[in-house]
Design a protein around this ligand. Sequence first.
Ligand code: PLP
Length: 392
Amino acid sequence: KGRVARRFAGIERSATVALLDLVQSLRAEGVQVLDLGGGEPDFDTADHISAVATEALRDGFTHYTASRGLPELRAAIAEKLAEENGIGVDPATEVIVTPSAKHALFVSVMAVLDPLDELIVPTPSWVSYTSMAHLAGARPVAAELRADDGFRITRDLLERHVSDRTKAILVNTPNNPTGRVLSRHEAEAVAEFAVEHDLFVIADEIYEKIRYDGHEHISLASMPGCAERTLTVNGFSKGYAMTGWRLGYVAGPAEVIGEVLKVHEHTVGCTSSFVQRGGVAALTGPQDAVEEMAREYAARRALIVDGLNALPGVRCAAPEGAFYAFADIREAGLGSAADFSRWALEEAGVALTPGSAFGPGGEGHVRLSFATSRTVIEQALERMDAALRRAA
Ligand code: PLP
């Protein structure tokens, strides 16, 4: 027996978090780094939300809550899901409030997958899904989407990755890192596939509030035959700029949520009481800040996409949602995505994330977050343009 569990041996540290560490150490050395690596809104949480949580603290609202979450927050979530997403859930038995969407995904994966079960993940994808599957002892199966096909999910592709051990499929829309928003046609393909093979669907819809050009958000749980087989995960980090609050939720059929609840109760017990009060304020209060942030992301998107397409050898399709530009650097002549990222950091002082960090299909691309100011975006583009022209 070793000193530590073997369970973690094959699991890498989060590539995006490791990049953040590198940026911080470079900054400590005095290097001026422009950070387009992170996935964190640069806005502060709206005042009316913070005020409610502060008041809760002052009032001594500092005790454990029901493990499923505050009844008023679950009620607000159920109402939101019914109104905005076409999902009907009973707040008493079909919703759990979690400390982050990340934790909601983790408890969902733990509750749904047995060791050796397979979880289909269309890739490139957010870095943690595969690691979560590994932590559950399950096997992530990457269904590689093709850049040349606009990272589109097709029934045919999914069929090629199914086996008799396939238990679930995890879909993220709007997507990190590709910026794709699932079309109705794609949602139908996923839904029909899940129904036909009797699979669970775990739907990560954390970027729901950030979409462009009128792209419609489709919740998988609202598709025919999917309500009874889908766990919908969402949270407050991105749309409401509440990353540090750690607040999310999972909703789905009562018998599955009952299993998810066991994992939740034996790991965190419940989500912070005063944080949940802030969540109620976010969902039931004015939504102006959410809309304003989405408008600002749209302006930044135009800036970064135009700027990237003007760089020699770089091409970038406009993202349909979320706040990432996923640029094709295959023609830039600087090698792999990791080579390009290293070059950008060393030669231009710009931190971005190599697409290869997001699994199969990500190579040849780099992800640039535009959850940062227009000034930083402009400077980063200027520095990369100058460095690329020097390299040519
Ligand atoms: N899902 C995706 C696709 C994300 O990009 C992120 C955050 O980066 C999360 C989930 C986690 O969000 P939270 O802050 O609620 O844990």
